[in-house]
Design a protein around this ligand. Structure first.
Ligand SMILES: NC(=O)c1ccc[n+]([C@@H]2O[C@H](COP(=O)([O-])OP(=O)(O)OC[C@H]3O[C@@H](n4cnc5c(N)ncnc54)[C@H](O)[C@@H]3O)[C@@H](O)[C@H]2O)c1
Length: 351
């Protein structure tokens, strides 16, 4: 049976997911922050700003009234930038019912609090059961999803039946979904890869070569695993779509906004100028702050993410950062994460 679905956030990702679901015949109501976007979709069946060359199904309607969007939806997909999630949830929590399934498609960690999206949902929606929440992540450029190109993603949740229902909902001949019960790992991977992508972009802007980029991907993966384990993730999750998969995607092409911003900085632009070149969010800029907060809280060293943070916010020059990273003390490759006494039978961190 076709479902009533609300997608919250009419940026590139919200529009791509809404397109996929409405092309499958579901009734879709897309909430746009900007009434101009909602009007454009309803009148012209195109989003006037994001993915503006893609035709949208007549089953996809838009509204700028968030209460209306949520009212009768069985499934609510949140595709907001992380900086807007708290604000939007505080306005909408009174409309969200316990039996509505929420799918989080945001990839980010709240910058001020260092909270993962799951923690933020639990804080803002204390009555909403965690078993009705699913976290979507993995290598998925909105543009390619909207073009119907083959894409694989992961859906994490504490309740496998809920995950499987969303798996069915999203399934198309080109959109392949896997499930996971590692809600923390899937979120950490999806958020931290954006910081590493900025680092890879900086390296490419400096023309440091392919060896450097490969090292950034793998040492970034190591930092991701360390942070993830500290928060209770299964380290093997990071070998999957929301870890290695998304790192490969975002660190190897300029189509990634985070890589793009990093590259501009590597070429000598300021963060302000790099940011102003696109109206689209580059989550890694904010997530770099959150990774710093988490690293300090758990006494975890993340040299790549720290260097990226210092370049973004403390005026460290990219070349100085490179020199610092190349002068780090000699050490074991996978030091702390191979210390098996820290890992329990499921691969998670021992409490
Ligand atoms: N674009 C992709 O390819 C892609 C893929 C997977 C995941 N994501 C994730 O999805 C999330 C959204 O990214 P996007 O690419 O759609 O962003 P985008 O830059 O394309 O669009 C951002 C949207 O957020 C809205 N917005 C901005 N400030 C807001 C506020 N204060 N309140 C409400 N809405 C506000 C804008 O109007 C716009 O509709 C991010 O976490 C991103 O990492 C993006």
């Amino acid at each position: 049976m076709k479902k009533k679905i609300a997608v919250i956030g009419a940026g590139s990702w919200g529009t791509a997911l809404a397109k996929l679901l409405s092309d499958k015949g579901n009734n879709l109501l897309l909430w746009a922050h900007d009434p101009f976007v909602a009007r454009g979709i309803n009148v012209h069946h195109r989003n006037p700003i994001y993915l503006s060359d893609k035709d949208l199904s007549p089953l996809l309607l838009a509204t700028a009234d968030i209460a209306e969007a949520i009212a009768e939806a069985q499934v609510i997909i949140s595709a907001l930038p992380s900086h807007a999630v708290r604000e939007v949830l505080s306005k909408t929590k009174k409309f969200i019912a316990r039996d509505q399934i929420i799918v989080n498609a945001t990839k980010g960690i709240e910058a001020q609090s260092g909270k993962l999206m799951e923690e933020l949902f639990s804080e803002m929606l204390p009555q909403h059961p965690t078993r009705h929440r699913v976290f979507l992540s993995g290598p998925s450029f909105a543009e390619e999803v909207a073009r119907g190109l083959p894409t694989s993603i992961v859906l994490a949740g504490s309740h496998q039946e809920t995950c499987r229902s969303i798996q069915e909902l999203l399934r198309t001949p080109f959109f392949l979904t896997f499930t996971s019960d590692d809600v923390i790992g899937v979120q950490v991977g999806g958020a931290m890869k954006n910081v590493i992508a900025i680092a890879a972009g900086i390296s490419d802007g400096l023309s440091l070569g392919h060896n450097s980029r490969a090292a950034i991907i793998t040492r970034g993966l190591y930092e991701m695993i360390k942070v993830g384990m500290a928060l209770g993730a299964n380290p093997f999750t990071f070998t999957g779509l929301s870890g290695l998969g998304d790192l490969v995607l975002t660190c190897t092409t300029d189509l990634s906004r985070n890589h793009h911003v990093g590259k501009a900085i590597g070429l000598g632009k300021t963060l302000q100028v790099a940011r102003s070149q696109t109206r689209m969010v580059a989550e890694g800029i904010e997530t770099a702050k959150a990774v710093k907060t988490i690293g300090e809280k758990f006494s975890i060293t993340t040299p790549l993410c720290s260097a990226t943070y210092r370049i973004l916010y403390e005026g460290l020059l990219p070349k100085e950062a490179m020199n610092e990273l190349c002068s780090l003390p000699l050490r074991e490759e996978l030091g702390s994460i191979l210390n098996r006494s820290n890992i329990d039978a499921e691969g998670g961190r021992k409490k």
